[in-house]
Structures are given as structure tokens and as C-alpha cells.
Write a protein that binds this ligand. Structure first.
Ligand SMILES: Nc1ncnc2c1ncn2[C@@H]1O[C@H](COP(=O)(O)OP(=O)(O)O)[C@@H](O)[C@H]1O
Ligand SMILES: [Mg+2]
Length: 327
């Protein structure tokens, strides 16, 4: 019997590893492991939030997926094919079209000497989505789709004439111009005024729900992950420590690090923050042969085994997983 409502997996990542060399020598210990054994499925029209503090390997993971960096190990499957095979069959330009990236700093990602029109028209022409006779119409439609009105006036402006939120909308329109399957959004609202952040999240939610685009939403803010994404993966020092359905991860967190992140989120009606007491242990520099749980030094519940071996994956509920020795 055909399964109903089985989500279509667009991008699948299995045991992804990314090492960076440290210093000059090439011995094993001169590498740091920025991403270690990361696995997830990104489904069509769904958002996966990758949450973690600075340095947890979020951007590195996204850069490996967009092929800015080569992976060290693991497997990336795009639309059912290993990435290398997909690229052999379809070309790098086609993969770049289907997997787009949006960055934290919309000003840095736009060219100050070009008009907004140019920014949107260029990918339309490069990826042959339209010919010259129709390009203006498509540029204006895209600007309207991302909420930039009046579109004609906006198209004539230059990046410095727009607000931060408007610039991020242009970056989103530029990504949409090539009709992508996946958007990797790396901290897309962190640099924006608080007052416009929700508008950008709601725009991305619309693109997900109405246009079936899959989002990997990278953030250090677990509250926005819960708001925007169906699934959440919490990362610590390159490792996924807790993941699954966003409601489960944020409402019934099981990993001490997830609990710590959530305790730092200000709650409506309560004054100040109620931060859980984590130990002031150091954040480790992870190397290929480092042992133990990356959170052990800060974990209030750490036991001996936490310093010796990295915990295996434990499923604690449907669509809720954790890596912790102490469950
Ligand atoms: N190009 C690089 N060369 C060497 N180390 C890097 C490079 N990019 C990132 N790193 C290191 O990898 C770790 C993860 O960084 P990053 O992925 O940027 O984290 P996040 O996006 O979660 O803040 C950090 O320790 C960072 O210093
Ligand atoms: Mg980053």
C-alpha cells in the first residue's frame, strides 16, 4: 500500500565530518574537527533549524552543503543521488541553482555599485529562467513576492538606499529568482533590527508553505527556531546533541545543553533571565581523536563515561533524538 503523507526528502546528510588544518604540519592532531558525525534529512517544504552558539559548526556545515568547502567524510545525498553523482549528471551550475544560500549580512552580500534591478535580473539571465524581453516583468514580480513595494521604485534603488530588512528581502528575491529547492539561511535575521525580524521569518515561512521551498535555518536563537521551523537540531562544538520535532525539542528538552539554551530565553511576563547553572568548563577545541562528550566540561550531570566516549544516538520519542549518556 502506498504510504500517505510521507515527506519527500530533498537533502540528506549522513555522518558528515569537516576538519580544518591547524598550523603547518599534516599530522592527525594538527586538524580541528569543526563538524563531527552530523546527520539529518531535509524534507520538501519543511524548515530545519540548526541551533547553537558561535563556533558550533553551523556555518561550516552550510558551506560544505553549498560546496564552498569540501567535506572530510560522510555522505551528502541530493534528490536521491550522492552529491558527486548529481553534479556529474546535472552540472555544478544546476546544483548551485537548486541550493541557494542567504547570509547574515545582507549589505555585504549585495554589490553597492549595482541597482536592485541588476541583482535580480542577473541570476534570471545566467540561469536562463527568462529571456531579455520578459526579464523586467519577472524582476518586478519577485520584488512584490518578497514584499518590496512599489516594485518599480525599489528596482531602481541601490543597496545603501534600503533598510537592513529591505536588503535582506532583496537577497531572498535574488535566491528565489533561480527557483531553488533549498535555501540555506545562515543567521538571516541576526543583524537586523528586532522590529523587522519577524517580517523576514514570516516571509520565509510563506515561501516554505506556499512554494514548497525547504529551509535550513541557522540561528543561535532557539526561540526563533521554535517559531519558524518544524524540526530543530541543537549543535554543540560540531556535534548534534538533540534533535527532532521542534515542539518536542523546545518543550520537553532532554539534553542539558538544550535546557541551558532554553533557560536563557526571556519569557513573557517574567523579569530577567532564568539561566540554568552550567559549569564554567571550557568549550573544547575538538580534534579528530578527541574522546568523550563535547559538553562534559560544562555539564552539571557529567559522569565518568562522559569524558571517555561520545554518546550514541538515543531515540526518546517519535521524532525526538538525543546524544547523552545520562538519560
Ligand atoms: N576556514 C576555516 N579555517 C579554519 N577553521 C575554521 C574555518 N571556518 C570555521 N572554522 C572553525 O570551525 C569552527 C566552527 O565555525 P563556524 O562553522 O563558523 O561556527 P558557527 O557558524 O556555528 O558560529 C570554529 O572553531 C571556527 O574557528
Ligand atoms: Mg556562523
Amino acid at each position: 500500500m502506498e504510504k500517505l503523507n510521507t515527506p519527500e526528502v530533498v537533502l540528506s546528510v549522513n555522518h558528515l565530518v569537516k576538519d580544518f588544518p591547524v598550523g603547518q604540519s599534516t599530522s592527525k592532531n594538527s586538524y580541528m574537527r569543526a563538524v563531527n558525525d552530523v546527520s539529518f534529512d531535509l524534507c520538501k517544504g519543511e524548515a530545519l533549524a540548526i541551533v547553537g552558539e558561535s563556533g558550533s559548526g553551523k556555518s561550516t556545515g552550510a558551506r560544505v552543503l553549498t560546496r564552498i568547502y569540501d567535506k572530510t567524510d560522510g555522505e551528502i545525498i541530493f534528490k536521491g543521488k550522492p552529491l558527486d553523482e548529481f553534479i556529474k549528471d546535472n552540472g555544478t551550475l544546476e546544483y548551485a541553482r537548486q541550493v541557494q544560500m542567504i547570509f547574515q549580512d545582507p549589505f555585504g552580500s549585495l554589490n553597492p555599485v549595482h541597482s536592485i534591478y541588476h541583482h535580480i535580473a542577473r541570476p534570471l539571465l545566467i540561469h536562463k529562467r527568462t529571456d531579455k524581453s520578459n526579464v523586467e516583468k519577472m524582476v518586478l514580480e519577485l520584488l512584490e513576492l518578497v514584499g518590496l513595494f512599489p516594485a518599480v521604485e525599489t528596482s531602481q534603488k541601490f543597496p545603501h538606499e534600503l533598510s537592513g530588512g529591505q536588503r535582506q528581502r532583496v537577497a531572498i528575491a535574488r535566491a528565489l529568482a533561480v527557483d531553488p529547492e533549498v535555501i540555506l539561511a545562515d543567521e538571516p535575521i541576526s543583524m537586523l533590527d528586532v522590529s523587522v525580524r519577524l517580517g523576514i521569518l514570516n516571509l520565509m515561512a510563506d515561501l516554505k508553505d506556499k512554494h514548497g521551498i525547504s529551509f535550513m535555518y541557522i540561528t543561535h536563537d532557539i526561540a526563533t527556531a521554535r517559531y519558524f521551523a518544524e524540526k530543530t537540531a541543537v549543535m554543540y562544538v560540531g556535534h548534534m546533541v538533540e534533535w527532532g520535532n521542534s515542539d518536542k525539542v523546545t518543550q520537553t528538552p532532554q539534553h542539558p545543553y538544550t535546557k541551558l539554551l532554553l533557560s536563557a530565553v526571556p519569557e513573557a511576563g517574567k523579569s530577567g533571565r532564568r539561566e540554568l547553572g552550567a559549569k564554567k568548563g571550557e568549550i573544547p577545541m575538538w580534534r579528530p581523536d578527541t574522546k568523550g562528550c563535547p559538553f562534559a566540561a560544562r555539564c552539571p550531570n557529567a559522569i565518568d563515561i562522559c569524558n571517555d566516549s561520545f554518546p550514541a544516538v538515543n531515540q526518546i520519542a517519535e521524532d525526538h533524538f538525543i546524544r547523552c549518556h545520562n538519560i
